[in-house]
Ligand binder design. Structure first.
Ligand SMILES: C[S@@+](CC[C@H](N)C(=O)[O-])C[C@H]1O[C@@H](n2cnc3c(N)ncnc32)[C@H](O)[C@@H]1O
Length: 211
C-alpha cells in the first residue's frame, strides 16, 4: 500500500512513516463527549494530533525509557503512541480522572505494558508505590493546570518533580502557560516550543531533572 506522507506520522521508535490507517486512533467523538461532560477538567475539544504525539514521544525520550507515566490519557491517542515507542520491557502508568475516559481506555487499549489508574494525578506517588514501580524516566502530562485550583496544581507539580528519576524528563502540553509557573520552583525554567499542527495549537514545555 503506498504511504501518503500528508496523512502519515513518523514513528519515533523506528523513524518510519506510519500510515494513517495504522496510526493510533484518537476517538474524537468520545473525546468531545468527555469535553462536554466536564470542559474545565478536559481542557481541549479534540484529541492531540499525531504530530503532537510524536513531538511528545521525542521530547520525553519514550523509546529509551523503562518506566513512563502519563497524566491525563483521555481517549488514549497519546497513550497508544507512547506504547508504540516504548521498549518491550517498559511500563506505562496512565492516570485518568474521568471515569468515562478510563472505561474507554480499558476497552480499547490491550497491552500488558499498560497500567491504567482511575485517579487524580495528586495520588501519583501512592500509585507508583502501590504498583512497585521504580522512579519514572519520563512523565508526560496533558492535564490542564490553568483550570484546576492553584493548591492542586502546586501539589501535582511538586509531586512530579519529587518522583521523577534524576536525569528524567517532564513534558507538558498545554494551551496556556500556567504549568511552567507551577513547575519552575522545582525543576527550573522550561524548554518552550509550539506545536502548530494541532487543534488548537499548543505549547510544549520540557524539563530534565538534574542528575
Ligand atoms: C487535554 S486532555 C488530554 C487527552 C489526551 N492525552 C490527548 O492528548 O488527546 C486532558 C486529560 O486530563 C484529564 N485530567 C484532568 N485533570 C486530571 C487529574 N487531576 N488527574 C488525572 N487526569 C486528569 C482529563 O480528564 C483529560 O482526559
Amino acid at each position: 500500500m503506498p504511504v501518503d506522507p500528508q496523512r502519515s506520522a513518523r514513528s519515533a521508535a523506528t523513524g518510519l512513516l506510519v500510515p494513517a490507517t495504522t496510526a493510533p486512533r484518537r476517538h474524537g467523538v468520545a473525546f468531545l463527549r468527555g469535553f462536554l461532560r466536564n470542559p474545565g477538567q478536559v481542557g481541549s475539544v479534540w484529541p492531540s494530533s499525531r504530530w503532537l504525539e510524536q513531538r511528545l514521544v521525542q521530547r520525553a525520550g519514550i523509546a529509551q525509557a523503562r518506566t513512563v507515566v502519563e497524566l491525563g490519557p483521555g481517549t488514549g491517542g497519546t497513550t497508544a503512541a507512547f506504547l508504540q515507542a516504548l521498549p518491550a520491557s517498559g511500563r506505562l502508568l496512565a492516570v485518568e480522572l474521568d471515569p468515562g475516559f478510563h472505561g474507554h481506555l480499558a476497552h480499547t487499549l490491550d497491552d500488558p505494558r499498560l497500567l491504567l489508574e482511575l485517579a487524580s494525578a495528586e495520588r501519583l506517588a501512592d500509585l507508583l508505590a502501590a504498583r512497585r514501580l521504580p522512579a519514572p524516566e519520563a512523565i508526560v502530562s496533558g492535564i490542564p493546570f490553568s483550570t484546576m485550583p492553584a493548591d492542586v496544581a502546586d501539589r501535582i507539580a511538586a509531586l512530579v518533580a519529587q518522583v521523577l528519576r534524576p536525569g528524567g524528563r517532564f513534558v507538558a502540553y498545554q494551551v496556556r502557560a500556567h504549568v511552567a509557573r507551577y513547575t519552575a520552583p522545582h525543576l527550573g525554567p522550561a524548554r518552550r516550543e509550539w506545536e502548530l499542527l494541532n487543534v488548537p495549537p499548543v505549547r510544549v514545555f520540557s524539563w530534565t531533572k538534574p542528575a
